[in-house]
Design a protein around this ligand. Sequence first.
Ligand code: PLP
Length: 313
Amino acid sequence: MSFVHSINLSLFEEKSTHKGSFELDIYRGDLEHPNAPGNKWHKLQYHLKAAKKQNASVIATFGGPFSNHLHAFGMTLRILPFKAVAVVRGELQPKLTPTLKDMVENGVELWPSSRSDYRLGMSSQIVNEINEHYGNVYWIPEGGGGALGAMGCHDWANYINAIDDKYDAWVVSSGTGTTAAGLLSNINTPDLHVFSALKGEPAQRRLILDLASKLAAESMSKESLNAKLFFHADCHEGGYAKHSPALKSFISKFARANPNYPLDPVYTSKSMFAVIQAMQNGCWPYKRTLFIHTGGLQGWRGFSKDTNPFTYS
Ligand SMILES: *Cc1c(COP(=O)(O)O)cnc(C)c1O
């Protein structure tokens, strides 16, 4: 199976004076690992190694009721010899979300947490309770973040480069910025354009740079990392998981031209919208671009069916 496909831009180029100037390919991270596609699987890899090293029998993590991270966590751990525990933000509704239903089916134990306690993270009451209940628990931060999460994405860049290392730029979506930091830290990664799915996160650029610099250690100076990092904080289209009318219309147009390349509703649809707009406006300075699909298609289950125009099931 090929993981790199070329995006059909014809519908977006009709009125553009830049017709044919750009080649936009997509790395189909959404097709990797049938059960746990996208960046979250990569972010888990070093955490799993650390859990083994700690001799933990239980691995626990955090997430919301539609979380891609929780979903990948459940799907990855179901075949591993750890007990999986998830702290879920907010009250559990009697009717579980599709994401949480999958978790239960995969044997993940759900511990609902009030929003106020959840916000305390590792200092929360529920973390204490779980530690007391199980003893040696390995904790994965929300979203699979931290340096270990980023290291998995550093490795991911090697897989991607092994397929084709002649791109002028890569594009990736960000939430915590962990994935972007890992990719950036790889010496073979070209200019990296990072599009944030969150509102009001311009300060995240610094976090990505610091984490990438820690990971790259001696292999690259902070200056050279800084020079290839482009962070975009203004493409959230109203905020996390929000859809502006312009974004909705973009998603349906993109799906008409590329029905087999589904974008997810929270991250990749927004970054794809932003890149194609930049191309239309003539402010995209690259010829060959690779868009890294970070997965997240299961997230559509948190949206009403008529908002999803893609033909995947
Ligand atoms: C979690 C997620 C991201 C963001 O990853 P970070 O490492 O938190 O920046 C991007 N895309 C998708 C589809 C995700 O699920």
